[in-house]
Structure formats: structure tokens, C-alpha cells
Ligand binder design. Structure first.
Ligand SMILES: Cc1cc2nc3c(=O)[nH]c(=O)nc-3n(C[C@H](O)[C@H](O)[C@H](O)COP(=O)(O)OP(=O)(O)OC[C@H]3O[C@@H](n4cnc5c(N)ncnc54)[C@H](O)[C@@H]3O)c2cc1C
Length: 418
């Protein structure tokens, strides 16, 4: 009988602010962990969620999160479309809503190769039930008058996509999970995972955590299942159980600006709010919001790392891209900015699955910039993986094992990555 403890064992263990055991321990109180905790609690599971900080203080702290079914990979489309459906229902169910605004998504293709890829993915999305069309450069510039149509070859427009407010979603799921009996503990940093191997294979048996923030006592909770939903910090938490989760943190920054031309600069064709507009060549994006235009880009010069301080280093890349596609947006004075972490995997697609090395461990991480929109569906998938049910999508392509050194599994190819 072997016991592996993947942390420095700190003795004696103290009784923590949680009961001594839970059927499922979820680590991470962002949108992903909360969606999973809520779904599991609804299904009657005994759930404990441990968050080292306050809920929603990780990448899920973004002011507005885009929600879309616009992808090229069938698994991503299915997760995105299910996410839209669930967010629409949540928006109706929660008093005051979750700030869901269906302003549409406009993906701009600037090469013939991109246009062909957008045509193919649009056809696939439509076959899966999405409302989306390929539109001409002239139509794209009606929908978003900041665009220079001469810079585009084509675009796709999906009017049912849009954005919602992650902060409201976090609050709604936390309340719902707690109402259904889940225990949610803030200030509880997971520092170790106990994995027991009795000869039949390794299995999660307990989780260690530091209660009450840095310097607090080490505590332990026994469990049958562990859900790793720790976003950009997932490689560290996976390593506590000896499971390789190749997630790399990369700072991403966004900021609000007043639209040039005032209120007129926030609307497009027929007085519609500006759609969430993205350029496939540069990852430049802009959308309207009640707080003004939200601008961003995945700055290629940004080095990986956990730093989350906001600065204006990304603005040069944004302005260079804007000069190509939307010249009127170059040099806009920015009002309020925010920095967060993308939790990137090597192929910029999610890691979702049940570990084959350590029974009982389920992971949902590495969303590489599209975790907010996938969270409602991934919450359901995690519930099903934990409870041994058939999930809504085949998660085999999302397995972390695709990155194992001798893996023959293909990497995911996704066109609509920003
Ligand atoms: C600028 C920017 C723009 C984005 N735009 C979009 C968008 O438009 N649409 C979209 O879908 N997505 C978007 N994203 C991505 C999206 O925000 C993330 O994919 C999503 O929030 C990930 O949620 P999560 O719950 O997995 O991670 P997080 O929200 O980061 O939650 C992980 C939690 O785990 C906790 N944790 C870490 N280690 C431990 C530990 N040892 N013990 C206990 N707790 C721990 C952290 O404190 C954190 O709260 C954007 C991200 C950024 C940065």
C-alpha cells in the first residue's frame, strides 16, 4: 500500500472550516469551478468548493465576457451554443439578469484563405443550429462603421452572439450552488493532493488546503473526486496530484474608450449596437458596451507570466492593427483598463477530461481566452464526468493527454481563436 502526498506534509493537521469529507472537492472559484459546483449540487452531489482568494478574482474578473457559438471545431461550437442557451436562461432566471446583450459577433477575414475557412466554419455552425451568415465587406462596414471595407475579404456575422457580465454570473452560480447545499469556502488555498495506490491504480483520497489565507493553518478534507478548475494556475495544482496540465499564463489587457463621434460611434446598421468585432489577422477586437467602446488585442509581444498589473504596453499593437482595419480607432484616449490572464494551452484549446493516471481527478482548464462562453456547458460536462454519465460533447479531443510526449492524438485546430 503506497501513499503519495504531492506537497510538503505539514503536521499536525488542524480541523478546518469545512467538514472532514466531501464527495467532490472543486478547486477554483471562477466561472468554471462555480458552474461545475452548481451543476453537481443540482444533481444531488455533496460538493465543497475551495477558492484561495475571493470568488471570481481570477480571469473571471473581466467586466464583459464575449459569448458565441462562432468556432470551427465541432466540439467548441457545441460548447459555445450550449453556453449561449444556458446564459439566456440564466439572464431570465436571475433578478436583474446577467447583463446579456446579444449584439452579435463579426469575425473579419482579410485573406482569401481566411475567407474560405470562415465560409467552412459558418456552414458547420449552421448545420449545428447556429444563426450565422457570411457577409460582404460592405455589409460588415454597415454593421460596424469603424471598419474599412477595403481591408476585408469577407466576414461572418452571428446576431445571437454577444456578451454578458462575468461578475453577475459568478454571483448567480455561487448563490445557486449554496442554495442547493454546496459549501463554498474563500481564502482556502489548496496546497496538496493525497493520491492512494492500493495496487489497483492511483486514486484521489484527500485534499490539503491552507485555511484563512497566507499563514493560516493547514487542513485536510477527504474526498472521492477532485475537480481542478484553477484557470491560469492549473499546471501547479495538477502537479500537486502528479497530473500534467500544460497551461501557461499570459497577460491580456483591455480598456474602455469613448467612441469617436459620441453616441453615433457606438451604433451600426439600423441603430444596432456595435457587434463584437474581431480581426482574424491581428486579433484586434472592439465592441460597444454601456461603458463605451471596449478595445483589446492579444499582444504578440506579451511574454508568458503571472503578472496582472495593467499598463499601456499593448496599445502600440492595438493601434498598428486598427490602422489596418479601423483607422478611426487609432490613438483613442483610453479611460479605464484591466489586465487578466489567458490560460493558454499549446494548441489554444481547452483541457477537459477525467485523468487516466489518477482516478477521481477531473480537470476543466486551459480555455485560452474563451472560458467564459464555454463555462455553462463545461459545468454540465464536468458534472457528467464526475457522476459517470455520458457528457453532452465527446471530450476525447480535449484530453490533456494529447500533449503527452508519445501521444498520437491530434492537436485541435481552431480558426476562431483570439
Ligand atoms: C482580457 C481578457 C479577455 C477575455 N475575454 C473573454 C471573452 O470575451 N469570452 C470568453 O469566453 N472568455 C474570455 N476570457 C477568458 C476567460 O476570462 C477565462 O477563460 C475564464 O474566466 C476562466 O475561468 P476559470 O474559472 O477557468 O478561471 P479563473 O476565473 O481564473 O478561476 C480560477 C480560480 O482558481 C483559484 N485558484 C488558483 N489556484 C488555487 C489553489 N491552489 N487553491 C484554491 N484556489 C486556487 C484562483 O484564485 C481563481 O479564482 C478573457 C480573458 C482575459 C484575460
Amino acid at each position: 500500500m503506497a501513499l503519495r502526498v504531492h506537497s510538503g506534509a505539514v503536521e499536525p493537521l488542524r480541523e478546518g472550516p469545512t467538514p472532514p469529507s466531501a464527495q467532490v472537492v472543486v478547486v477554483g472559484g471562477g466561472v468554471m469551478g462555480l458552474a461545475a459546483a452548481d451543476e453537481l449540487a443540482r444533481a444531488g452531489a455533496d460538493v465543497l468548493l475551495l477558492e484561495r482568494d475571493r470568488l471570481g478574482r481570477g480571469s473571471s474578473a473581466k467586466p464583459f465576457g464575449g459569448v458565441r457559438g462562432t468556432f470551427s471545431d465541432p466540439g467548441n461550437i457545441a460548447l459555445g451554443l450550449r453556453g449561449l442557451e444556458r446564459y439566456a436562461a440564466l439572464h431570465e432566471a436571475v433578478p436583474g439578469g446577467i447583463g446579456l446583450a446579444r449584439v452579435g459577433y463579426l469575425f473579419c477575414a482579410r485573406t482569401h484563405g481566411q475567407a474560405l475557412a470562415v465560409e467552412a466554419s459558418t456552414a458547420l455552425q449552421r448545420s449545428m443550429g447556429a444563426e450565422v451568415d457570411v457577409v460582404s465587406p460592405a455589409r460588415a462596414a454597415e454593421l460596424n462603421p469603424h471598419l474599412d471595407p477595403s481591408a476585408l475579404v469577407a466576414a461572418s456575422f452571428s446576431p445571437r452572439d454577444g456578451y454578458a457580465e462575468p461578475g453577475r454570473v459568478v454571483a448567480a452560480w455561487a448563490a445557486s450552488a449554496a442554495e442547493r447545499g454546496a459549501r463554498v469556502v474563500e481564502g482556502a488555498e489548496v496546497t496538496g493532493v493525497e493520491v492512494h495506490d492500493d495496487g489497483a491504480g492511483a486514486r484521489v483520497t484527500a485534499v490539503r488546503y491552507r485555511a484563512g489565507g497566507p499563514g493560516g493553518p493547514e487542513c485536510e478534507v477527504r474526498c472521492e473526486h477532485l475537480v481542478v478548475a484553477t484557470g491560469a494556475w492549473s499546471a501547479r495544482v495538477g502537479a500537486l496530484a502528479g497530473v500534467d496540465l500544460p497551461v501557461e499564463p499570459v497577460r491580456r489587457q483591455i480598456a474602455f474608450a469613448d467612441a469617436p463621434g459620441g453616441a453615433r460611434g457606438s451604433v451600426g446598421a439600423g441603430g444596432r449596437p456595435l457587434p463584437f468585432t474581431l480581426d482574424l489577422s491581428t486579433t484586434f477586437y472592439v465592441h460597444g458596451s454601456p461603458d463605451g467602446l471596449l478595445l483589446g488585442i492579444s499582444d504578440p509581444a506579451q511574454a508568458p507570466g503571472f503578472g496582472r498589473d495593467y499598463d499601456d504596453s499593448w496599445v502600440a499593437a492595438f493601434d498598428a492593427a486598427a490602422a489596418e482595419v479601423a483607422p478611426g480607432l487609432v490613438g483613442l484616449p483610453l479611460r479605464r483598463g484591466w489586465a487578466g490572464l489567458y490560460e493558454n494551452t499549446p494548441d489554444h484549446n481547452a483541457l477537459i477530461g477525467a485523468s487516466r493516471e489518477v482516478a477521481g481527478l477531473v480537470y476543466a482548464t486551459g480555455f485560452s481566452g474563451h472560458g467564459f462562453l464555454q463555462a455553462p456547458a463545461v459545468g454540465e460536462v464536468v458534472r457528467d464526468l464526475v457522476l459517470g454519465r455520458e457528457p453532452l460533447v465527446d471530450v476525447a479531443p480535449f484530453s490533456a493527454e494529447r500533449f503527452a510526449p508519445r501521444s498520437a492524438a491530434p492537436l485541435l485546430q481552431e480558426v476562431h481563436i483570439i
